[in-house]
Every structure is written in C-alpha cells, then in structure tokens.
Design a protein. Structure first.
Lengths: 289, 158
C-alpha cells in the first residue's frame, strides 16, 4: 500500500496550500460518507486527504440580514437542528435530511453531497431551486458560482484540483417565498432517489407567482434546471393549468437512464408528478409567510 | 509516511494512539485500542453495526478516519454500562430478548443511547426512524423497539 498523507488545516489558505502541494492528488474530506467508501473499495487513491472540518468557516451556519451562510462541512443533523434555517428554508433542510440514516446525518454535508456529483444527490435540486451559490476557495482567492454550475457530469465537477467549496450562500428570501423538495424512492427511508424535485417560488401580495425556480435530480447526468417549468408558474396563481404546464416542462427536461431503480418512461412520469407536488408544497409554505 | 499521533477521549478516558491516514476509526478502536465491542458489518455505512457516538452525534465508525478523532469525545459500547449496573437500554434488551446472534446489538445499543440522550420520550415512529440505519437480520425489530421504549420509560422514572 502506498502511503497517504492526512492533513487537517485550520484555515482556508492552508487548505488551498495543501491541495496545491499534493499536485492534483488530494481529496477533500468533509463528512467522509462517500470518500471513505471510495477509499475502501479502491475507487480513489489519494496522495493526501485534506480534512476541512477544522476550518471553522466550513463548520458554521450563520445569518446576516436574512441571508444564511452554511459551511460546506456542516452536517445534516446540524442543519435539521438549526431552527432559523429550518423555518426559513424547509425545503433545503428536508432535502438534506432525506440523505441516509441518523448515523449518516451525523457526518454527511451539503458540500460533500454536491462535490460527490451524483445525479441523485438529494440536497442539490433544493439548493438550486432556492437560488443558492457556493463560495469556492482556490490559489487565486475566492469566487462565487451558482450551485447548478458545479456538477458537470456523474462524479465530475467544474472545480479545479486546487479548489474546494468553503460555504453555501443562501439569499434572503423575498416576501411570501416557500421552498420544497420531494423525492421518490421505492421504500420509506434509506434509498437513492429515482427522481427528486426542488421548487422555490415567491408570491406577490395578491397571490400571483412572481418568481420561481425548479430543479430536478436523478433524471439526467447532472441536476437539471427546468426554466420552462418556472416560466409556467410565474404570472399564474399556481392553478391547474400552470401546474399541468410545469409537469410537461419537467417531463421534457428529463434525459434519464434506464436502470434497476426506474425506467426512462417511469422517471419522466414521476418527474412531472413530483414537480407539481413540490410546487404545491412550496405554494402552501409561501402562503403561510 | 510516518504514522499520525492522535490524542482523544474514549469513554471519558484520554487515550493516545498512532494510526495510518486511511485507517478508519473502527479499525483504530478494534485493532489499536482493543475495543472489539464495536462490530464491522458492511464497512460502507449501511448497517450501523459500527455505531459510536462522537461529540454527541451517532456516526458509523467505518466512515470516519482514526485521525479525525483528535480532541474529540468518542463513546463506544464499552462505555455504556456503569461498573456495577447495565445501562437501562442494555437491561431492557435483555428483558425483551431483543437479540439473537448479537452482532448488530452493540450498534443498536449505542444508537438507542444517542436517541435517549436527546429525547427522553420518543414515539415508536421516532425510534424506528432513528434506528433505520441499524440493520438486524435475526429478530426483526419489534422487540428492539419495545426495549427502547421501556428503557426510555425507565430513564424517565415512569
């Protein structure tokens, strides 16, 4: 066995330096729920494991003027326990909470879920729908990119080898905004999404939808932003006609695979159903604000 | 590469060990510290047999590196019983015969303790969801759930 280095830097700059020093052979360790399995099965062979959990920025949830910053290595259990975040962005928190068991929740992080780049990653459609960006640190400093620009294919991201995600920036929601994430699995818990759908929408005072974003998971090589679905909602009162158009747009946005979890036809049909149901749930939440 | 020196707390006692970077917490507990109560089931975080509590959170020790434990508080099955009496959840597992082969039992006990540490009166649904990450292939789960309910009642003094 070739030797592996483990480093646990306490600031962002030191982590970037450690990534640089490893010449492209470093792996970021956040919760480890994916990385340790990949290590074990020999899918990855890091020269260096860079544990980012000693960097306080990656481990903190903070709020400023209504906007939240979620550290990339904050755990699902910590997100669920955060009252302010749960009340403001229930869709994001529920999406994260759907991932794995309590044991997994004690470790798994939104940064890891995104960078593992599974098409079925549960928290990602919810983050995209809510308009979340991530702060990426690298040798040139920091840059901010929308979550939907990170994953480029299964297991692939747009991050350079010397970069890592420090935190997620969740915008202050407009008045009367609600978000929701729903997924279908063949059982009640502990499975990988057949389809996932995240919807976030904002209402005008008269109840007309004035902003919306729809994202699907597990129906294409990456998460999909359904712009036509959002367009169907905007300007409507989320009536049956708008919902039907949303469903059709969701179906049209899919390019899924056939596998043991579901056929192409099934996934397309479920994408339409889940998008509509998520929109209704988001609507209910927006009305309650 | 030289081994990593770790100082941590296991079951309330400070311990030091040396480990390789890719050595899991489970490997460290079993192979370096001789704490073999924590079991290796799947090694992929699916079965919960290796459950331990780290800084209050129940986690799979197979999905954690030994090196990560520096400065943390780790609780294992070996720390559950007091010197002269069992933890209520252990006692109730015996009362209910909530085990057959016993391989999953340490993980269930540790996970159940983590639940009861934060929720003194969990519903059956809460117990079942909390323990969804612990697999038992012998007994089914009813006796386990009832044992946890009775342990909760005992701890509440009910």
């Amino acid at each position: 066995m070739t030797s592996v280095d483990y480093v646990a830097p306490t600031d962002v700059e030191a982590a970037v330096a450690a990534l640089g020093a490893s010449k492209g052979n470093a792996y970021i360790l956040a919760g480890g729920t994916d990385l340790l399995v990949q290590l074990r099965t020999g899918r990855v062979h890091p020269g260096t494991i860079v544990d980012i959990k000693r960097i306080s920025e990656t481990r903190t949830i903070s709020e400023k003027d209504g906007a939240y910053t979620i550290g990339a290595a904050v755990t699902g259990a910590e997100m669920s326990a955060h009252k302010g975040l749960s009340q403001t962005w229930p869709g994001i928190v529920e999406a994260m909470d759907l991932i794995g068991s309590q044991q997994i929740q004690g470790r798994a992080s939104p940064g890891g879920n995104l960078c593992n780049a599974s098409p079925a990653a549960d928290c990602v459609p919810a983050l995209i729908a809510a308009g979340v960006s991530c702060t990426i640190a690298g040798p040139g400093g920091r840059r901010t990119v929308p979550v939907e620009d990170v994953v480029t294919g299964p297991g692939q991201t747009s991050l350079d080898a010397n970069e890592f995600i420090v935190s997620f920036e969740v915008p202050k929601p407009a008045p009367r905004t609600g978000d929701a994430y729903l997924r279908l699995i063949p059982r009640t818990e502990m499975d990988i999404a057949v389809v996932g759908a995240g919807v976030c929408l904002s209402l005008a005072e008269d109840g007309t939808c004035q902003a919306a974003k729809v994202a699907l998971g597990a129906v294409a090589p990456t998460q999909v932003v359904v712009a036509a679905g959002a367009d169907a909602l905007i300007g409507s009162k989320i009536d049956d006609v708008a919902l039907e158009k949303l469903g059709q747009a969701a179906k049209a946005a899919c390019s899924p695979i056939d596998d043991k979890r579901g056929t192409i036809e099934y996934r397309e049909k479920v994408a339409a159903v889940l998008a509509k149901r998520a929109a209704l749930k988001a609507l209910e939440r927006a009305k309650a604000r | 590469m030289s081994k990593i020196h770790v100082t941590t707390s296991v079951n309330g006692e400070e311990v030091e060990y040396l480990c390789e970077a890719q050595q899991t917490m489970l490997d460290v507990l079993r192979d370096e510290l001789g704490l073999t109560g924590t079991k290796e089931g799947c090694s992929t975080g699916d079965c919960g047999a290796c459950s331990v509590i780290v800084d209050g959170d129940v986690v799979c020790s197979c999905l954690m590196l030994g090196a990560e434990a520096e400065g943390r508080n780790v609780e294992t099955i070996e720390g559950l019983a007091a010197p002269d009496h069992l933890h209520p959840v252990q006692k109730q597992f015996l009362e209910h015969a909530a085990l057959q082969c016993g391989f999953c039992t340490p993980g269930f006990l540790v996970a159940a303790k983590a639940l009861l540490d934060r929720n003194q009166n969990p519903t059956e649904t809460e117990i079942r969801y909390w323990l969804a990450g612990n697999l038992c292939r012998c007994t089914g789960y009813d006796k386990i759930v009832r044992a946890v309910q009775d342990a909760a009642a005992e701890m509440r003094g009910a």
